[in-house]
Design a protein around this ligand. Structure first.
Ligand code: SAH
Ligand code: SF4
Length: 358
């Protein structure tokens, strides 16, 4: 099979406003249509040029011949949890498959928040870091995603929600891949998400989760200071973290925490530390003591994640009782702690289960 590595025509998400303006001029389409096109792409439920009702049929056809409406050649959707979670299996033009997971949450009267919806996006095909408890790590690395392929995961989520009369409220870089090992594309995608003419989202509604790419954390602080940083810590002792997050051999615990602390100092934004709890592996008394020690004085938020089962390892989540004990210990050390309710397990769409297979 001769599968071309580059698509014959570009995707809309690969063009910024000036590039779209130029293409419209070449097609003899009035330049004011660019705003209409971005508006339809980001704020309507249209999934094809034919559904962009503000354009006439001739223009729809001319655009369809010159520009792909979205970056994906196929989108397979699997719903779970009575429609609250949708796993999106997305095929890219060169056959690479990635996943994004859309999670809907009801209004929370106690907190005074309205209905929310979060899209968990991928930044790479597979991942090179190779954490042994993560299905994406087990896959290995295929390639970096382009800014357009990242931002279109968000656009697809928005149009699905739009058709339901809902809005997207949050974007988290917690799908496949290590976002700060593809930082150029991730930062460019964030630019389109926050651009008032395109995504028009607040930077604060975006979370970048990293396994600890120290230079990338510094770059995020200086270039997109309002984006929320989440650090996948998992262990506070270097020998254990070397095993759980192999990148730790390059940037050990103390350097990762120093980078996150510097991020907090320059941005004023509180860091979230994620700790995936694995029964008998990183939930011992000594692990918790070390965790409390390294986070002392950091004013961090800690998110405890019960490990989701993945096929290639017998490791399992810590017991609910142990997770509560660890949460209580961290709270008594002055940290704010949440225990993540894992979404999407029955669709293989929970954290660390993403393999882009049906
Ligand atoms: N590569 C980045 C972002 C993607 S992973 C990172 O590691 O931070 C997103 C989150 O899912 C990380 O906190 C990761 O540790 C967690 N995760 C990976 N595998 C998991 C599993 N099997 N169960 C629960 N969480 C997992
Ligand atoms: Fe990569 Fe994150 Fe999975 Fe580790 S947990 S292998 S960094 S995606």
């Amino acid at each position: 099979m001769n599968r071309s590595a580059s698509p014959t025509i570009p995707a809309l998400s690969e063009l910024d406003r000036p590039a779209l303006g130029k293409l419209l001029r070449d097609l003899k389409v009035e330049s004011y249509r660019a705003d209409q096109i971005f508006d339809a792409a980001w704020r309507s439920a249209a999934a094809t040029w034919g559904e962009v009702s503000t354009l006439g049929k001739t223009m729809q056809e001319a655009l369809a011949a010159a520009l792909r409406f979205e970056a994906f050649s196929e989108i397979v959707r699997e719903d779970a949890e009575e429609g609250a979670t949708s796993k999106l299996l997305l095929s890219l033009h060169d056959g690479v498959k990635i996943e994004a997971v859309l999670m809907r949450y009801p209004a929370d009267r106690r907190r005074g928040t309205g209905p929310r919806a979060t899209i968990c996006v991928s930044s790479q095909g597979g991942c090179a870091v190779g954490c042994p408890f993560c299905a994406t790590g087990e896959l290995g690395f295929t390639r970096n995603l382009t800014p357009g392929e990242i931002q279109d995961q968000v656009r697809v989520a928005r149009r699905i929600l739009r058709a339901e009369g809902r809005d997207l409220t949050n974007v988290v870089f917690m799908g496949m891949g290590e976002p700060l090992q593809n930082a150029d594309a991730v930062l460019a995608a964030i630019d389109s998400l926050v651009d008032p003419k395109r995504g028009a989202m607040g930077q604060r509604r975006i979370v970048v989760s990293t396994s600890g790419v120290v230079p990338g954390i510094a770059r995020l602080a200086s270039e997109r200071p309002q984006v929320t940083l989440a650090v996948s810590l998992h262990a506070a002792r270097n020998p254990l973290r070397d095993l759980l997050v192999p990148l730790n051999r390059k940037w050990p615990v103390e350097e990762v925490i120093a980078a996150a602390t510097a991020h907090h100092r320059t941005t004023g934004r509180r860091t979230t530390y994620e700790v995936t709890l694995i029964d008998g592996i990183n939930d011992t008394d000594e692990d918790v003591r070390e965790l409390v020690r390294v986070l002392r004085g950091s004013d961090a938020h800690v998110n405890l994640i019960p490990m989701n089962a993945v096929a290639h390892t017998p490791w399992r989540e810590s017991t609910p009782q142990r997770i509560e004990e660890i949460a209580a210990l961290l709270r008594s050390a002055g940290h704010s702690v949440t225990i993540r309710r894992n979404r999407g397990r029955d669709a293989g769409a929970a954290c660390g289960q993403l393999t882009a297979e049906r």
